[in-house]
Write a protein that binds this ligand. Structure first.
Ligand SMILES: CCCCCCCC/C=C\CCCCCCCC(=O)N[C@@H](COP(=O)(O)O)[C@H](O)/C=C/CCCCCCCCCCCCC
Length: 236
């Protein structure tokens, strides 16, 4: 049995995100990428109807891996060093069809927004009941997060794929953490604990969500002032 085929648990994936955070509170890209690989394995185990979604995640993971392994790899140890390097060297595309569609900043922001969807979805799963519909939970979480960044055609395709999601019991099963009660217990840790778990905690008091990368970018990476414009540009 190859490593790829071995059973994996949600706990392991969450732990991988947890160790993203270095002692000096920087986010280690290597572990962030490893966490994403775990999520892709979950997605792949849910059926081929989601392959267009996992393919996009995989290609974005690959962009980060290529940057980490490339000539400038030393600059891609942490999110903070990556953003500094790309901003200092004008490697970030600031227009919709810019020169750097595969910048680390742009790519990571998109992946990180997807983690916001996951946060919202897992919270719904935690508070759901036996007869709750995963398609509705998924769709609500999507509409509250990623949908605002996606064009109509992607929203439509995502909405269609959600109808093919397995039921709540299957989700609990693939998490591989034990009984439904144990799953709920795992998911029950408060937002602050989850922040640590995913390793991308908010940095400043008063900011919003634990996975609000836009805030994290603001607080930790971009120089004070003028940050909104830069974020806007990255969002395109
Ligand atoms: C045991 C827990 C179960 C959960 C298992 C799933 C875990 C996976 C976590 C997240 C998956 C979402 C990955 C999607 C990345 C999307 C990044 C993105 O926004 N890409 C778009 C923009 O990119 P650029 O064109 O600007 O480069 C791109 O256009 C998107 C293309 C694909 C469609 C994305 C639809 C997203 C749906 C999110 C819900 C995922 C449901 C997965 C099924 C469980």
């Amino acid at each position: 049995v190859s490593t790829e085929d071995q059973k994996f648990t949600l706990q392991e994936v969450l732990d991988t995100f947890k160790i993203c955070l270095s002692e000096n509170k920087e986010v280690l890209l290597e572990h962030y990428v490893a966490g994403w690989r775990g999520l892709v394995r979950f997605m792949n185990s849910l059926g081929s109807v989601f392959s267009f979604i996992s393919k996009d995640a995989v290609s974005k993971i690959q962009i980060l891996v290529n940057l980490m392994k490339g000539e400038g790899g030393a600059n891609y140890l942490t999110i903070q060093s990556m953003v500094k390097y790309e901003m200092d060297n004008q490697l970030v595309d600031l227009t919709k069809k810019g020169s750097f569609p595969e910048s680390g900043c742009r790519t990571l922001l998109r992946l990180h927004r997807a983690l916001r969807w996951l946060e919202l979805f897992l919270e719904r799963l935690r508070t759901s009941t036996d007869d709750s519909k995963t398609s509705a939970m998924c769709s609500e979480a999507y509409n509250e997060s990623l949908a605002q960044y996606h064009p109509w055609i992607i929203r439509k395709a995502a909405g269609t794929a959600f109808w093919y999601l397995p039921g709540r019991a299957v989700f609990f099963d693939v998490m591989n953490v034990g009984s439904p009660e144990q799953v709920i217990h795992l998911l029950a840790s408060g937002p602050e604990q989850r922040a640590d778990r995913f390793g991308v905690a908010k940095r400043s008091a008063g900011s919003g969500n634990w996975l609000d990368m836009d805030t994290a970018f603001n607080d930790t990476v971009f120089a004070p002032g003028g940050t909104c414009a830069r974020q806007e540009a990255l969002s395109r």
